[in-house]
Design a protein around this ligand. Sequence first.
Ligand SMILES: NC(=O)c1ccc[n+]([C@@H]2O[C@H](COP(=O)([O-])OP(=O)(O)OC[C@H]3O[C@@H](n4cnc5c(N)ncnc54)[C@H](OP(=O)(O)O)[C@@H]3O)[C@@H](O)[C@H]2O)c1
Length: 312
Amino acid sequence: MKASRIHAFGGPDALTCEEVPTPVIGDHEVLVRNRAAGINPIDWKTCSGGGAAAFIGKLPFIPGWEFAGIIEMVGTKVESFAPGDEVFGFIRFPEAAGCYAEYVAAPVAQIARKPSSLSFSEAAGLGLAGLTAWQALHDKGQLQAGETVLVLAAAGGVGHLAVQLARAAGAEVIGSASATNHDYLRSLGCSRLIDYHTQDLATEVQGADLVIDGIGGEVGISALSCLKEGGRLVTLPSVTADAVIRAAEGEGKQALGIRVEPNGQQLAELARLCSDGQLKLTLAGEVPLENAREAHQQSAGGHVRGKLVLTI
Ligand SMILES: NC(=O)c1ccc[n+]([C@@H]2O[C@H](COP(=O)([O-])OP(=O)(O)OC[C@H]3O[C@@H](n4cnc5c(N)ncnc54)[C@H](OP(=O)(O)O)[C@@H]3O)[C@@H](O)[C@H]2O)c1
């Protein structure tokens, strides 16, 4: 089968599209004829030797942790899915999952049925960012209806889903993004927008119950001032999480790190919200598998609106 992979850590040019063996499935896994794979910052961070590089084992490495496609074969213990089922998933993270490929071997506990209202590309972009948003808001952030949530990087992959999931949970949502994204984010449910280029978060926002920090570092630290007493901040970028948590401790505030976890039941809940029209995935672009380098370059530029996906 065809896959895009790296033989040495490096920038986007390290990716090369080549023939590799088709994966073999275990008893509790399915073999999926892949139609699309989502792109996330963790992909290019890992390819450059950071991110999840410590967990992926030996090179060569096929990036990608999320996909959508059609089941071609099921393992001997699989009862809940059958060949022909259309599914999507976020799998094996942080170990290698190999989703930039024509076939993916996926554990059944980490996949869900693709809603018919979503294209394969839309479903492929939903898993990692959607579960991050869900787990940050609910599992870590303990969001309650009526609370105010500030989402930093609101127009990004995680952010645009977090805005909608927070609205669906009955929260009021403030987003931070470039001014060109403000109308878009209002249409997703933000009641207030901050332009981080011209406005200071700490001055503009006070009394937030929860901050979803998609930027980290100094930006995450300054967002601690936006919290009301007893508020919570969930910081997404792992590399700066310790610094944000330490700063919060110094200020007597609560900040938490996160590592998104595969979860088939939560994926099914995201699928239900998509079917109900409460959650929409914005496609920033669909890039052929052979051009994965371009997709990594675009993602690393830091201004993707919604999700980029590879089509296969
Ligand atoms: N710990 C975990 O389990 C986990 C899981 C998922 C993601 N993450 C991390 O979380 C971060 C966000 O992920 P993502 O997939 O959402 O990234 P993304 O899609 O690449 O984010 C792009 C967005 O960032 C916005 N942005 C850039 N600088 C900003 C700033 N200073 N303030 C506000 N917005 C800014 C851009 O908005 P404008 O174009 O409007 O400027 C753009 O829409 C990444 O570092 C990722 O690695 C961690």
